[in-house]
Design a binder for this molecule. Structure first.
Ligand SMILES: NC(=O)c1ccc[n+]([C@@H]2O[C@H](COP(=O)([O-])OP(=O)(O)OC[C@H]3O[C@@H](n4cnc5c(N)ncnc54)[C@H](O)[C@@H]3O)[C@@H](O)[C@H]2O)c1
Ligand SMILES: O=P(O)(O)OC[C@H](O)CO
Length: 336
């Protein structure tokens, strides 16, 4: 009999825990790394994650530890499930602990502030493992729904298709259907920019702008995502898939999305500080809107919705003023 696949999941938040559950349900032996020892203890003693996924019973073949070396030991896959802006520092500490040959798997949907790097680029920069040992999981995957074992499809991307296939096999369950991809750039940009568009749609919902506005923002949001992606070498068709349209639709329609909810609160008139205070989990778009805009400017790509979100979130622009500016941009053809 072959040995079970071992997976370390670095991060015991909502998605780290839910994806750890997927891997365990698919037959992997899973160890979660939890930053706080008391959370690791609670996971092991109650078989739940009371802080992030209360009420969800976790499988027996999943355990938690506060020791990153213990989590990483012998792992075939080392899954990174922490906020994007904390990746560089954490991975620098974990790199000496990584199992030889382990595949580093990013669950993160962000772009690094300052460097404007995608998460796979940060991973390569820090761990120096090469693109064939870096994979990305993305798509319409709201953690709460996956944790309830509700059906979802996803994309597992790696420049080496055989590695993507290994990860696909390690995470395929009756409720979680991963498709392979080799367009890592497109998959990562789809995930990072949809959080920014999710904020924009949330703001519009909070302002009561209606469903035509929502449909328009989703579609024009996807257009600017694809524009950036193509400039960076992505396949435009990736944005019509699960990592693009699929994730955008789930995020922009669900009250479970932290980015959408964050935007809705701003659109209803809460201040940024009030909105941050009621947001308990990571809403990546709040920081990544600035790094996505930075990336777009470095490559001369126009991203008006992203620019509008930055104006509202970081420059104190009132949403009504931002809306007026967005609607009064010069007329142009839909495709150019
Ligand atoms: N929740 C979802 O539905 C979902 C789905 C797909 C992708 N994602 C992406 O996954 C990533 C993680 O999101 P999440 O939902 O698990 O977030 P979360 O807020 O639920 O959990 C974040 C985890 O990171 C840890 N953490 C926070 N700051 C840290 C630091 N400085 N150093 C080390 N660890 C730290 C927290 O303790 C927690 O375990 C994000 O990039 C998010 O966009 C989330
Ligand atoms: O809760 P959000 O806004 O971070 O979205 C979660 C997932 O990325 C949806 O696929």
């Amino acid at each position: 009999m072959s040995k079970p696949v071992k997976a370390a999941v670095m991060g015991t938040g909502s998605w780290g825990t839910a994806f750890g559950m997927v891997l365990a349900d698919a037959g992997c032996e899973v160890t979660l790394w939890a930053r706080r020892p008391e959370l690791a203890e609670a996971v092991n003693s109650t078989r739940t994650n009371p802080d992030y996924l209360p009420g969800v019973e976790l499988p027996e073949n999943l355990r938690a530890t506060p020791d990153p070396a213990e989590a990483a030991h012998g792992a075939d896959f080392t899954v990174l499930a922490i906020p994007s802006q904390t990746l560089r520092g954490n991975l620098a500490e974990w790199t000496p602990l990584l199992a030889p040959g382990t595949v580093l798997v990013s669950l993160m949907k962000g772009v690094e502030l300052g460097s404007a790097m995608r998460m796979s680029e940060v991973i390569d920069d820090v761990a120096k493992v090469g693109s064939d040992r870096i994979a990305v999981v993305t798509g319409p995957n709201l953690a709460r729904e996956i944790a309830a074992r509700m059906p979802a499809a996803a994309v597992v991307a790696c420049t080496d298709e055989a590695v993507a296939q290994r990860l696909q096999a390690a995470s395929h369950t009756p409720y979680f259907r991963p498709y392979t991809e080799t367009d890592v750039v497109g998959c990562e940009l789809g995930g990072a920019v949809k959080n920014v568009i999710g904020l924009a749609v949330g703001i519009a919902d909070g302002m009561g702008l209606g469903d035509n506005a929502k449909g328009s923002l989703i579609t024009r949001g996807l257009a600017e995502t694809a524009r950036l992606g193509v400039r960076l070498g992505a396949d435009p068709l990736t944005f019509a898939g699960l990592a693009g349209l699929g994730d955008l639709v789930a995020t922009c329609s669900s009250p479970l999305s932290r980015n959408h909810t964050f935007g809705t609160n701003l659109g209803k008139g809460m201040t940024l500080q009030e909105t941050i205070a009621v947001t308990k989990q990571t809403a990546e778009g709040v920081k990544s809107c600035e790094s996505v805009l930075d990336l777009a400017r470095r490559h001369g790509v126009d991203m008006p919705i992203t620019e509008t979100v930055v104006g509202i979130v970081h420059e104190g622009k009132p949403p009504v003023v931002a809306l007026k500016e967005l609607m009064s941009r010069s007329a142009k053809p839909e495709r150019r």
